[in-house]
Design a binder for this molecule. Sequence first.
Ligand code: FES
Ligand code: MG
Length: 572
Amino acid sequence: MKKKLRSHDWFGRKDKDGIIYRSWMKNQGMPTDMFDGRPVIGICNTFSELTPCNAHFRDHAEAVKKGVLEAGGFPVEFPVMSLGETLLKPTAMLFRNLASMDAEESIRGNPIDGVVLLTGCDKTTPSTVMGAASVGLPTIVVPGGPMLNGRYKGQTIGSGTHVWKFDEDMKTGKMTQEDCEYAESCMSRSIGHCMTMGTASTMAVMVEALGLTLSGAAAIPAADSRKKIMAQLSGRRIVEMVRDDLTIDKILTREAFENAIKVNAAVGGSSNFLIHLVAIAGRIGVPLNLDDFDTLGSKIPLLLNLMPSGTYLMEDFYYAGGLPVILNELRDLLHQNVVTVTGKNHHENIRGATENYNTNVIASYGQPLIHEAGCVIVKGNLAENGAVIKPSAATPALMQHTGRAVVFESIEDYHARIDDPDLDIDETCVMVLKYVGPVGYPGMPEVGNMALPKKILQKGVRDMIRISDGRMSGTAYGTAVLHVSPESAIGGTLALVQDGDQIELNVAERKLHLHVSDDELAKRKEAWIKPVPAADRGYVSLYVNHVMGADKGADLDFLLGSSGSAVTRDSH
Ligand code: FES
Ligand code: MG
């Protein structure tokens, strides 16, 4: 006898409500036997033409549906808020938590027994995983896949990473506007998300490392037919997961999070990984703090030679063997007492798929590209709750440096003065940007790798220490101290920094210190004027009143945890 599923409370009813629940679905041409108690699989689609990285997801949804039907399930596709990194102002990050609420309530309120998350562009992965984690059904992720390698005038170019380079080349006169427009088409020449190890690729690797995807899913390019096969197989698998009651909480254990931290370090993943992983852990109830990333990840070697830290792109990663090769290299460091969506651990999943076809792209654990690559957490009076730095994207010589602060009071102040020839700045200075944290901007945008002053770029200098409470695009590089917490808008010490102060960064000692006495800081705090909140109505007002610090994943405080999947009342 078939187990009674959650969807039975809708479709299995023999009363008036049962008529309502089934009849309207039948207007889509669904035969009566679809409602016979088979697993109903929600396909959570973040398709949008305003999220170009996810604009091919109709095809993926169709492939998932095929798989669900083949396995005897009943597929139902539904949309959730799609967050596109490139267009959405003031930053997609402002809406990650809103999209997570959309995903959560859409899953819980509907007759769904298991859910497939179609994710691609940066925020579409954490938002839907956070939402799904707060419900707790069997869940599988189908990452949308990276774009094919960019090629411009014989050179390989990477999404995002080359935007910063082109911008610098425009400023120094190496590129014209015409060159730039041509390069744009060369960079984004196929469907898919950024093909550097930016945040989207980082998130795809994260979900595979957490065990939420079929093995090898992360690296397959969007344009490769094998991506659709992966989607179809995921459709088949989610039906079995429902039958096995393999719920997301059984996969997202503390061990799974620890594995994801180590893998992220080995692939040179984005600093955004920290915020999103902490937020997901908060939903599933697994304790995870910033120090865990340093303790578990900072000593892990860099094995993947992808931009922005290295040379290659996701397409090359796929041809070299993809994430299974990295999981195999790290096998002695990873917990194997975990279960993934397959019902097996990583070790069992990757059996027979561990050959490295290109050692220039994937290095071995014994001969890594960098010996200690994971993100580092620095603390001090300037960041009592911590700040993040990604050494693999930074300049080694700046890892221990004390310099004079050049302070920008807002992003507008930065834009107005950065290229002013009279700005009192040289390459030994420390650039400080305030009010770009979760509350301050609002939404914590990716402005932390603020471009250097033109006059310094013209000297050939390409990096300086930059400190802010904002984030940095995962596709970017530079010695950026990010996510300073507590943020300036709520009165963190960052708000009190003044031009001319000395700031010390010492990565080896995990130290970020403002050389200003406590007395002087207390005086400055007294005179500090709290900025006016960004909005007094709508979602933004809810956000600024409830968002937690970057160190807590920047989730809304009332979204922590899960409400389960039960809904006891009917709609009629
Ligand atoms: Fe969508 Fe980079 S802009 S993944
Ligand atoms: Mg990004």
